[in-house]
Design a protein around this ligand. Structure first.
Ligand SMILES: [Fe+2]
Ligand SMILES: [Fe+2]
Length: 243
């Protein structure tokens, strides 16, 4: 099956309005689940926590986009590609908020760790509040970037919102990776944990009509390209200048 056929078959799957809008033009990503299985060695090779943590990797790349774009917006919004930022925010909404947060964490992870008690349970209320605050900020970023240009009246507020979002979500995802997800795995036991890993894969297929992770990686790479952030080497710290 060529890329066009794959896209046509994915488009034929019902109930995929948001993913179609978000991922619609992404030929390379339009691969089916069996491709993923072939690469990873079979069903169940990507565990639930590995899935969740690599999803955080995609979200962190959007945070880097926000962090790099915020001072540019504050300095001169006319030089910032508003369409690329809108794509980044749309991806965060579809992949981060509507899938990772709402379908996985809020439905499965948080209830399990809250029931188990301990340090992870004590974080759940704050994590949920941060999801909500993030959604408010995403809505603001989308509103400010629609129409292909950033209005000059709100540049300081937009830059502040993006920086605040980055600061919050870096701490949020790091706590989830190191405290919440390990507690989730421990609370379930191996058998139930393996079952939920497969269930997460199924939710991903239903939500995106294919491998949502691969689609999201391609999408964020396009945003990085548009904003001049694609070359990893540009992030290497400068040599030490000792005085
Ligand atoms: Fe979260
Ligand atoms: Fe998360």
């Amino acid at each position: 099956m060529n890329d066009l056929d794959r896209r046509a078959s994915l488009a034929a799957v019902g109930g995929l309005l948001v993913p179609t809008l978000v991922f619609g033009g992404c030929a390379k990503a339009a691969k089916n689940h069996s491709d993923k299985d072939e690469q990873s060695g079979g069903e169940g090779e990507v565990t639930a926590n590995e899935d969740l943590m690599r999803e955080h990797g995609v979200l962190r790349r959007i945070l880097i986009v926000y962090r790099e774009a915020a001072p540019r917006i504050a300095a001169d919004p006319s030089k910032v590609d508003a369409g690329a930022l809108a794509t980044a925010a749309t991806l965060f909404r579809a992949f981060g908020e509507q899938y990772h947060e709402q379908k996985l964490e809020e439905q499965h992870i948080f209830p399990a760790v809250a029931k188990a008690g301990g340090p992870a349970a004590g974080l759940v209320d704050t994590l949920k509040a941060q999801h909500q605050r993030g959604r408010e900020i995403t809505a603001f970023v989308l509103d400010q970037t629609k129409g292909g240009r950033i209005p000059t009246s709100q540049t300081a507020a937009l830059a502040r919102a993006m920086s605040g979002f980055t600061r919050m979500y870096e701490a949020h995802a790091a706590r989830e990776d190191t405290i919440v997800f390990p507690a989730f795995k421990q609370a379930l036991g191996q058998k139930r944990y393996d079952e939920l890993g497969e269930q997460f894969e199924e939710i991903e297929r239903q939500q995106f009509g294919g491998d949502g992770f691969d689609m999201a990686v391609d999408k964020v790479a396009g945003v990085e390209q548009a904003l001049g952030l694609a070359d990893l080497a540009t992030f290497t710290a400068p040599p030490l200048a000792r005085s």
